[in-house]
Design a protein around this ligand. Structure first.
Ligand code: EPZ
Length: 438
């Protein structure tokens, strides 16, 4: 049986990150903007597209549906979706990426029907899509789950009032995608306000859509019949930027993080300054350095503009290096502390009780063999490995490559000692440790 080679990152830590890093396009924006091209009646050019596996999967699904995808540059694509005739995204394609649910709203918005696989399981706990379905039904669609596929049909979508019972990024995006060509006015209440929602609305408005209020909790959409082609650049990734900011602080380095929108980083900057990190802000960059001890703090993750849940694992790692007892409360995801077990292998002292983690700052970490269990957990382990003394190996790095483009190259350019290597069939160090533990 042919086995695909698994890779790991090997990091020799303890070196401060110094230099400049360029932030790529936002993953959580582009995974909605690429499906949104389905709604266009002419070809579109999308720029500042990050080189990540979620983009590869999205482009593959578009191609399977019948769109013509042409790569014009490393981060630039021309996509002509006018030839799409299918509204069905099979399980095999959809299961690889949770955000494939955006094809539900985009295909429904264009064709009045869609058939897309339910999103697969996720290490972040229960992540239902009931609010997505609620939005589609409010617009007049009939939704049913049939053998793992979400089958959505309608006799033509009509604008309506949609009130979300929880603040949900995905359902807000999907409601916009489905409503943008619906007949009449749609008002979304209790909408999510993340920068990537504003980016999706800006992209659609650049094609002639009529969306107002994105970025607030009330979004008004007047349906239009025609969406012209456009050329659009995706916003920089606020979470990638935050991740490199934390890595600079955790290694006691000095890094200029370029191609950012400082306004999108306000809550991240506020938390990092509370921890004692020095941050200088410029028009489209921030400089991160540390000129004193890191100090304990308490944080709760919240929907935007609160501190983002997608930065929780990374900041937990930073707090392991701070003096004193810190506390992090996860206010958005159902479960988001699976990475703690792996950090403990590196000497972290963290107790988790439900949605609260109590972190005893030990001031240092030691390298160990660890495994990424999800995207941001993997980023946290990268940060831990960079800050730790000794060697850290991180397996299952496909999680990290879903959302961070060229991470090892960007870190190496900052002075990190990091390589990507095939995983030996059995990693003797890790397996031996596990046997000892039995
Ligand atoms: C998006 O996920 C992001 N993914 C996540 O980023 C991010 O963690 C999350 O928003 C919160 O900011 C993408 O944008 C592709 P939600 P999403 O719908 O849309 C509940 C990363 O690391 N909920 O805002 O799935 C849900 O259970 C990823 O880049 C319902 O109850 O998140 C959760 O507790 C991880 N019913 C809360 O809302 C629904 O129908 C927020 O979920 C939908 C959500």
């Amino acid at each position: 049986m042919s086995t695909t080679t698994q890779y790991q990152f090997v990091i020799r830590g303890g070196r401060p990150l110094v230099g400049e890093v360029e932030i790529s396009g936002a993953k959580n924006a582009v995974v909605a903007i690429l499906p949104a091209v389905i709604l266009a009646d002419e070809p579109c050019i999308i720029e500042n597209v990050p080189n990540i596996s979620d983009v590869e999967i999205s482009l593959r699904i578009l191609t399977e549906l019948g769109a013509k995808v042409e790569r014009l540059a490393a981060d630039k694509y021309r996509i002509d979706a006018t030839g799409i005739r299918s509204a069905c995204v099979p399980y095999e394609s959809a299961r690889k990426m949770r955000a494939s649910y955006y094809f539900m709203g985009a295909l429904l918005g264009r064709f009045g029907h869609s058939r897309v696989s339910m999103p697969g399981g996720c290490p972040l706990g229960d992540r239902p899509i009931d609010q997505h379905i609620k939005a589609f039904r409010k617009l007049g669609a009939v939704c049913k789950v049939d053998r793992g596929m979400v089958d959505i049909t309608s006799d033509g979508l009509k604008g309506n009032q949609i009130f979300f019972d929880v603040v949900t990024v995905g359902a807000t995006m999907n409601a916009i995608l489905a409503a943008v060509k619906a007949e009449g006015l749609t008002v979304i209440e209790n909408a999510a306000k993340e920068p990537h929602i504003v980016d999706l609305a800006s992209f659609l408005n650049s094609m002639g859509a009529d969306i107002m209020g994105a970025g607030t909790d009330t979004i008004k959409i007047r349906g239009v019949k025609y969406l012209r082609g456009t050329s659009y650049a995706v916003i920089p990734d606020q979470i990638e930027a935050g991740t490199y900011m934390v890595a600079a602080a955790a290694t006691g380095g000095n890094v200029l993080v370029k191609n950012v929108i400082p306004k999108h980083l306000e809550s991240i900057i506020s938390v990092m300054e509370k921890i004692g990190v020095k941050i200088e802000q410029f028009d489209d960059s921030v400089r991160v350095s540390v000129d004193g001890p890191l100090v304990k703090t308490s944080i709760k993750t919240r929907p935007h503009p609160g501190f983002p849940t997608d930065m929780q694992p990374q900041v937990s790692t930073l707090l392991c290096l701070a003096d004193g007892t810190s506390m992090i409360k996860e206010g958005v995801s159902e479960q988001r502390f699976q990475y703690v077990e792996e950090l403990r292998r590196m000497g972290a002292d963290i107790q988790v009780d439900g949605k609260v983690a109590v972190i005893e700052g030990t001031g240092s970490l030691t390298g160990a063999p660890v495994k990424a269990c999800d995207l941001r957990a993997g980023a946290a382990l990268m940060i831990a490995g960079l800050a730790a003394s000794g060697v850290t190996t991180i397996e299952d790095i496909y999680h990290i490559e879903r959302g961070y483009s060229e991470m090892e190259q960007k870190l190496r350019a900052l002075g990190a000692e990091i390589t990507k290597e095939p995983v030996a069939a059995v990693n003797p160090v890790r397996r031996q440790t596990e046997q000892d533990a039995v």
